[in-house]
Design a protein around this ligand. Structure first.
Ligand code: SF4
Length: 260
């Protein structure tokens, strides 16, 4: 198991989900200047012992700041990991939300074998916290959204430059909800599939065929929620493909068999 994508040992830091009420898909990069000023002020307040006095209501959290003097890492100044186990997040009003927060990318990274995780972190060299946190600017983050099998396969290709990863059109154009199917195809055809220039067309043909074979979703779905029957990437795929949220075990097995 790898370290945390929020603060990997390789020296990067992510704050894409901080504070945890930001709008989905928000990119801190767009307001870099104001965020940098706020991170410096929050660090100065924290070091001077000025802790937040009341719960926050906006997108700005007084706990989010530069973790080092040089401003190379951004993270939670009030987190127990930064305070010898003491959790100082209470007064912000965000603590419960922060504790629950995790993203598909961080869960995929945690599930990778260490060698693959390290290979991906190597590709992030030179990214500052704003770039590392950005799905638009960090192709590794985008890759992780497709789930552990796809990320591990890409890491195993021995890429030496981030640009090569960023040059794969599917990485930017394909809905990451299709990561589970892509992982199945990679298992069948090998990791070299990820380098194919016609991968988007290939996937469109596969998903079209699959949707036709499965037919329309019934008006009243039977069985337990898919999240209880399979992993999160697979559940996301069936939802994206045909709006399915529930299935009986045998039904799910039959769908899977169509992708073998
Ligand atoms: S967006 Fe994901 S990786 Fe980044 S800080 Fe939040 S949970 Fe961690």
């Amino acid at each position: 198991m790898n370290d945390s994508l929020c603060m990997p040992q390789a020296g990067f830091s992510c704050f894409a989900c901080c504070p945890p009420i930001r709008p989905a898909g928000y990119e801190h990069l767009a307001d870099r200047g104001s965020w940098r000023r706020m991170f410096a002020e929050n660090r100065a307040d924290f070091l001077a012992g000025r802790l937040p006095a009341k719960p926050q209501t906006g997108f700005f959290c007084p706990g989010l700041g530069f973790l080092d003097k040089a401003g190379r890492r951004v993270g939670c100044l009030l987190h127990p990991a930064a305070n010898q186990g003491r959790d100082l997040r209470g007064p912000t009003g965000y603590r419960d939300k922060c504790e629950r927060e995790s993203c598909p990318e961080s869960r995929a990274y945690a599930a990778l074998p260490p060698a693959e995780g390290a290979a991906l972190m190597k590709l992030c060299q030179g990214l500052d916290p704003f770039q590392f946190s950005s799905s638009a600017q960090n192709p590794v983050r985008r890759l992780l959204a497709f789930g552990p099998p796809v990320a591990a396969a890409a890491a195993g290709l021995g890429l030496t430059a981030r640009d090569e990863l960023a040059s794969w059109p599917w990485l930017h154009e394909l809905d990451s909800a299709h990561g589970w199917l892509l992982g199945r195809l990679v298992k069948r055809d090998g990791a070299k599939l990820l380098r194919r220039s016609d991968l988007l067309e290939l996937l469109a043909a596969e998903t079209g065929k699959l949707a036709r074979q499965m037919g329309p979703s019934p008006p009243l779905e039977q069985g337990p929620p898919l999240r209880e029957l399979c992993g999160e990437w697979e559940a996301r795929f069936w939802l994206a493909l045909g709006g399915r949220r529930r299935a009986r075990s045998a039904e799910l097995a039959a769908w899977r068999a169509l992708t073998a």
